[in-house]
Write a protein that binds this ligand. Structure first.
Ligand code: CA
Ligand code: CA
Length: 250
């Protein structure tokens, strides 16, 4: 009973603190409003905001990079709170065991993040020459929605922390991924036109432990509905030829 009473006292104290916080003079409120960081990119399927950004990290499919040609272009950017990734992905023809080829309707997707900017720490991968990723975001449902649309992956994007031996592939001995139980940290939107999906994704810097200014590196992979690798960026002459993309954190 005493414990309950103390809890009530604490609750009342918190409510009154909260109430006092609410009663700020108008000019102070205005000042706070000015200090609120504005988002560099709005996740709305409109890409004019990307075109307006300065110093965007970017990678494109090289003409000689034929191994995984599905990912045509990527850009990455960060503001004070979030990391933004843009990509263009050409939908691939899939050939089921029976029947005619059809354009893929499911596109699982992964973002690898070397969040301490040190390729010698974290997991490795055959996909890039330098990786050292601490976190991987993965959506097994993928970014394609019903019809010619791009869906919001907010509810289905999983995030994994690499907590195995540095330099090991997550699927080899010594490698290990732990899924983090987080929600409401990512969102996505985009369009599908002429067989190309253009997608913008945002996720919080805090969930990949990248809150300080510095440099991180990002790589993306797109798959078809059977998890066959279709697109990789950055990509050199082949997968494994180049490092992930450096992104500056303010
Ligand atoms: Ca936008
Ligand atoms: Ca690392």
């Amino acid at each position: 009973m005493k414990k309950i009473f103390l809890t009530i006292i604490a609750a009342v104290a918190m409510v009154s603190m909260f109430a006092s916080c609410q009663e700020k003079p108008e000019d102070e409120k205005d000042k706070e409003k000015e200090q609120e960081p504005t988002e560099a990119v709005t996740i709305d399927g409109n890409f004019a905001d990307w075109a307006a950004l300065k110093d965007v990290a970017s990678a494109e499919l090289d003409v000689d990079a034929n191994a995984y040609p599905g990912m045509l272009a990527m850009k990455a950017y960060a503001d004070e709170t979030s990391i933004y990734v843009y990509f263009e992905y050409e939908l691939q023809e899939e050939t089921p065991e029976e029947g005619d080829p059809f354009i893929q309707t499911s596109a699982p997707f992964e973002i690898f993040v070397d969040s301490d900017g040190d390729a010698t720490t974290g997991g490795s991968s055959w996909i890039w020459s330098e990786v050292g990723y601490e976190y991987m975001l993965e959506d097994e449902t993928g970014f394609l929605g019903e019809g010619n649309t791009v869906r919001d992956m907010a509810e289905t994007m999983h995030i994994y922390h690499f907590d195995g031996v540095d330099g090991k592939d997550a699927w080899d001995e010594g490698g290990h991924l732990t899924e983090l139980e987080l929600s409401a940290y990512a969102e996505s939107a985009g369009t599908v036109k002429n067989g190309v999906a253009t997608v913008e994704v945002a996720f919080l810097r805090s969930v990949v432990n990248a809150s300080k200014a510095g440099t991180i590196a990002i790589g993306i992979v797109g798959y078809d509905g059977t998890w066959k690798t279709q697109g990789v960026l950055p990509q050199g002459e082949a997968a494994g030829a180049v490092a992930m993309l450096d992104v500056t954190l303010p």
